[in-house]
Design a binder for this molecule. Structure first.
Ligand code: ATP
Ligand code: MG
Length: 396
């Protein structure tokens, strides 16, 4: 039997007038994800996307790649057969015989769907007849019987009858849902080496946003390895987000200026405001619509509401903080699922730990902070930081 991948999408199906656009982008993204497979092709047929490759052995590997494409709800390996009653019933039996060799199945249920209303048999009848054909074909060994169980079957077998072709499948690999990349503008993420900002990037990308990144370091106070860690994280993210540009900016001169001219406890909030300003300037250059951070309320001293208000005030661009109200355990769970966690927890110093104040200000007042900034030549400092920026392009 010829096998193909049957790819269902969730939310895009609800997009009304824009649906064709979302579908087109989704198909492009799937094509990109599997372009290295032999004779891979992707097509749309009656509201579902299909993919195939000349090498059937590679289908399950390809399914995993496709499940990572944002917008995909499920991927199944399906047998593609002619939409003719006799073929469907005998192939359903053949299909069940095959999968019973790979996994122990004692009970099953058939669920049939008929999107082709010209097909002469109604859905419950298709399920009943396919079930009958399966029982007949699969009960030659008394040691390994097969029965129908409509409540708690070992195997749900789906039979999806379409105009020319019918698809028989049983397993569904879950995708992440969301919307295809590139359907929702572009965000510049402030990417640290921590757990949160990679998750924040991933979550915005999942809503269709293209991602570019800026990272701040304090070389030589922070090591090259700390920067490499961030590039490693970008590499993992690129598996979902496609090619990512990472811009690395040295914050040391700014931190030293703050250290010399401002009260010690304001170090964190002042450097945070500088990061935002530099990021905003870069966002204008690279045509990003918004900034993204991994900030989360109450997680660390600098992330109080008052701290966020003062940070936010540094820029005009909207700042997206997708993790703002999440619990740390849930953020960590996503980091595990997307594969960034193990890299994030590698112990390398972050620029924020250089000049870390003993008692950082937890409730900064905007007027006080603006007053302190008067003692700094912000424009020149930002100019210098920009001049030394290093740019990397990370490919998936
Ligand atoms: P993360 O796990 O993302 O590092 P965090 O819990 O350590 O976050 P902070 O260090 O207060 O929290 O940083 C808050 C946010 O500020 C980060 O999520 C990130 O978006 C940004 N940020 C912090 N440090 C850097 C850095 N060195 N380079 C770029 N962005 C940074
Ligand atoms: Mg951090």
């Amino acid at each position: 039997m010829d096998k193909v991948l049957m790819i269902k999408y969730g939310e895009i199906a609800l997009k009304g007038m824009n649906k064709p656009y979302f579908e087109r982008v989704l198909i492009e993204r799937i094509r990109k994800a599997i372009k290295s497979y032999p004779e891979a092709s992707v097509w749309r047929y009656e509201g579902v996307v299909f993919a195939r490759t000349a090498d059937q052995e590679k289908l399950s590997e390809m399914a995993v790649e496709i499940s990572k494409v944002f917008g995909v709800a499920t991927v199944s390996i399906a047998a593609e057969v002619e939409s003719d009653p006799e073929t469907i019933f005998s192939d359903a039996a053949e299909y069940m015989k095959e999968i019973r060799k790979e996994q122990k199945i004692y009970t099953f249920k058939v669920e049939a769907k008929r999107s082709n209303k010209q097909f002469p048999i109604i859905s419950p009848e298709i399920a009943r007849k396919a079930g009958g054909s399966i029982l007949k074909a699969c009960n030659d060994d008394p040691e390994y019987p097969l029965r129908v169980n409509v409540h708690e079957p070992d195997c749900m077998l789906f039979v999806d009858v379409r105009r020319d072709k019918t698809y028989i499948y049983h397993d569904k690999l879950a995708g992440f849902g969301g919307l295809p990349l590139g359907t929702n503008g572009k965000g510049l993420v402030l990417l640290s080496g921590g757990i949160d900002s990679p998750v924040a990037s991933w979550m915005m990308a999942k809503r269709g946003m293209n991602i570019e990144a800026i990272h701040f370091h304090s070389y030589p106070f922070t090591s090259d390895r700390a920067k490499e860690k961030v590039l490693d994280l970008a590499k993992i993210l690129s598996g979902y987000c496609g090619r990512i540009k990472v811009h690395c900016v040295n914050l040391l001169e700014i931190q030293q200026a703050i250290n010399e001219n401002c009260p010690e406890e304001q170090m964190t909030i002042l450097s945070r405001r500088f990061m935002m300003k530099i990021a905003e300037r870069l966002a204008h250059e690279v045509k990003a619509d918004v900034l993204i951070t991994g900030e989360n309320i109450g997680q660390v001293a600098s992330q109080t509401v008052q701290g966020l208000v003062v940070t936010d005030n540094a820029v005009q661009l909207p700042v997206m903080r997708p993790l703002i109200a999440m619990d740390k355990v849930d953020i960590m769970e996503i980091a595990q699922k997307i594969g960034t966690f193990d890299t994030s927890i590698q112990p390398f110093e972050d620029c924020c730990t250089v000049f870390l104040p003993k008692h950082p200000l937890t409730k900064p007042k905007l007027e006080t902070i603006l007053e302190s900034e008067k003692h700094l030549d912000a424009e020149q400092l930002i100019e210098n930081a920009f001049a030394g920026m290093e740019n990397y392009t990370i490919n998936p």
